[in-house]
Design a binder for this molecule. Structure first.
Ligand code: SF4
Length: 115
């Protein structure tokens, strides 16, 4: 999950972890949460299983990043808000609209600007 630098700093403060221990930075300078080497899930997901559908709880739920709050709503290649193909329960969510796309585009812009 991509995160803004502000979100990464907040997670670091609340978990007492260095940002480098739970993120990696891509060539555009965008930080993304690391996955656990064993479970292959987000490093903050409390699970012991590598199964994609394994149950688990988010250990930073109260201050999880905006992208996590928005999921399974994501932007497609045309910058439209859609439900992610990888979501196992798409029927549980309303169809996203233009307001969702604006939120995600603003979030993406902040990430690319290093905010
Ligand atoms: S909701 Fe929590 S466990 Fe899931 S990707 Fe976001 S931070 Fe990780």
């Amino acid at each position: 999950m991509p995160v803004t630098r502000e979100e990464a700093a907040k997670i670091g403060r609340r978990t007492a972890k260095a940002i480098e221990t739970f993120t990696w930075e891509n060539e555009e300078g965008v930080l993304t949460l690391l996955n656990d080497a064993t479970t292959r899930a987000c490093t903050f997901l409390l699970t012991d299983s590598p199964d994609v559908d394994a149950p688990g709880l988010c250990s930073i739920y109260e201050f999880r990043p905006k992208g996590c709050q928005m999921y399974p709503v994501v932007l497609n290649d045309e910058d439209r808000a859609v439900l992610d193909d990888g979501c196992p329960h798409p029927a549980g969510f309303d169809a996203p609209g233009d307001d969702d796309a604006i939120v995600l585009l603003n979030l993406e812009e902040r990430m690319l600007r290093g905010g």
